[in-house]
Design a binder for this molecule. Sequence first.
Ligand SMILES: C[S@@+](CC[C@H](N)C(=O)[O-])C[C@H]1O[C@@H](n2cnc3c(N)ncnc32)[C@H](O)[C@@H]1O
Length: 305
Amino acid sequence: MMTIDYHIPVMLNECIKGLEINPDGYFVDATFGGGGHSKEILKHLKTGKLMAFDQDDRAVENVPDHDQLIFVKHNFQYFKNFLKYQDMLPVDGILADLGVSSHQIDTAERGFSFRFDADLDMRMDQEQKLSALEVVNEYPEEELARIFYLYGEFKRSRPLAKGIVQARGLSPIKTTNDLKAIAEPFLDKKHFNKGLAQIFQAIRIEVNQELEVLTNFLNDTVSALKPGGRLVVLTYHSLEDRLVKNLIQKGNIEGKQVQDFYGNLIRPFTPVNRKPILASDEEMAINPRARSAKLRIAIKNEVSN
Ligand SMILES: C[S@@+](CC[C@H](N)C(=O)[O-])C[C@H]1O[C@@H](n2cnc3c(N)ncnc32)[C@H](O)[C@@H]1O
């Protein structure tokens, strides 16, 4: 029987190089998933430790029994509290490979993909209450329009929100196919799948509060890393990448440039590369997920300048 990988790690070598692993240091993998990146980090450790996070029950099944690994089944936005509890602060490196895993997307019943008909769900953390079902059936029209516009960058966000509210007035929208049928009149025939991907992305970001969580996480990386420590982040859409880029290049998530008394930019990080690193053509050919990936690496400054 053919086995399908849980998730093929994206830019594995580039991420490991970016972390500049000190074999005796402390590291964080914020997004364990199938453990591809974590397992490689562990190979480089001698007396060091790795704390890895994932909020998905299924990811737990991939966790190896390893003395130097502490796995936390929790949202990574609280990572600093867990490091503190284990007396691991400050750390030498933090890796985050954002978004959903191939396993989550390819498991029909999770409702992440419009390729399958399934109940509307899209929760990464199965214990969470808010799911796509509530967002689609209960959010006010204005709020839906805002989500489609801001998180999906979907042009016809207002008519789509109106269409959803009208449709759910007749009967509840229960499945991914129900949602697809309602969205169809608002999609450009030539870019049908792109439009659907934007709508599904928007709902997924809202369900998992991805941008708020990422903001909290990124802000805490500043104080969690030791001077010289490495921040390595893989993003898969422009909204995530903008937050990471703002912090690394401008000095804060909002992207405001703040100067000190002498006119120097106050920045907690120095970017290792000005432009994000992209996957090689070979990797993109093997792993379609790598096509939208952007990797940013930064070094924590001695003092915030
Ligand atoms: C792209 S996959 C990571 C794949 C992993 N690097 C590997 O090589 O297998 C992202 C994973 O992060 C988890 N995740 C996303 N956001 C999270 C959050 N806020 N807290 C905890 N886990 C999260 C998802 O459940 C998913 O398993």
